[in-house]
Design a protein around this ligand. Sequence first.
Ligand SMILES: [Zn+2]
Ligand SMILES: [Zn+2]
Length: 276
Amino acid sequence: MKNIKYADLHNHTTASDGIFTPNELVRHASTKGLAAIGITDHDTTDGIYEAQKAGKNYGIEIIPGIELNTQEDKFEIHLLGYFMDYNLPWFQDILTKIRDSRYYRAQKIVNNLVNIYGMDLEFEDIIHKAGGRHNIGRTHIARAMIDKGIVKSIPEAFEKFIGEGCKAYVKRYKLTVPEGINMIKKAGGVPVLAHPGLISDDSIIERLISYGILGIEAYHSKHTYQQSQKYVELAEANGLIITGGSDCHGDSSPMVGDIVINYESVNELRRIAKLS
Ligand SMILES: [Zn+2]
Ligand SMILES: [Zn+2]
């Protein structure tokens, strides 16, 4: 059993809404004995370089990845991409467009929170929460709300104030699922459906498969055992790669390495990426 290698293929860093810098994340991963970790920040690949440098130090392989929030009807569908040639200028241009839209959307949400609820929040607080970076998401707003004692947790902030359907919510530019899949494939990467258990309706998963995803994240920190089993079967029935990851953001649980997958999945992702 000792020489089985494991990977955690879903992690966030300070390049998006994670708490750990890429270096800190890799250092934590090294204490878990992982062979590889995926860096899958939202809409940015900026954390990959630092992670790869740290990976050399700590003896961990870094799998370049991304997480894109796409839209299918009323559902937000998260797509993971692995092994893209992410430095392609057109690829980075699309990410910049998405991040700009996040940034201006965050400004509007904060305005709404102030104007509708009279909350004591300033956009500067949110930028501070994002470490001065401009890759701002609603998680950063939620963390600033926790600091001010407005809510107690990130889920509470989303349920009451900033989630879809809430008064302060603002839509932003999003790719459709086929657009996201094509973007990852065109850059030579492998598109994987992230945490299908968090989509409230299983019946659309077959449709997402028909769009050309090549893998399913069957193992995820928010999946029940039964869900994981179901998605493993679905992946096997459709000839898709099975992946897994903790979705570590560093706040509390889950921690990097809490959900792992056999390293064989990394080999499969790499093999498929080479074919495209
Ligand atoms: Zn996600
Ligand atoms: Zn994630």
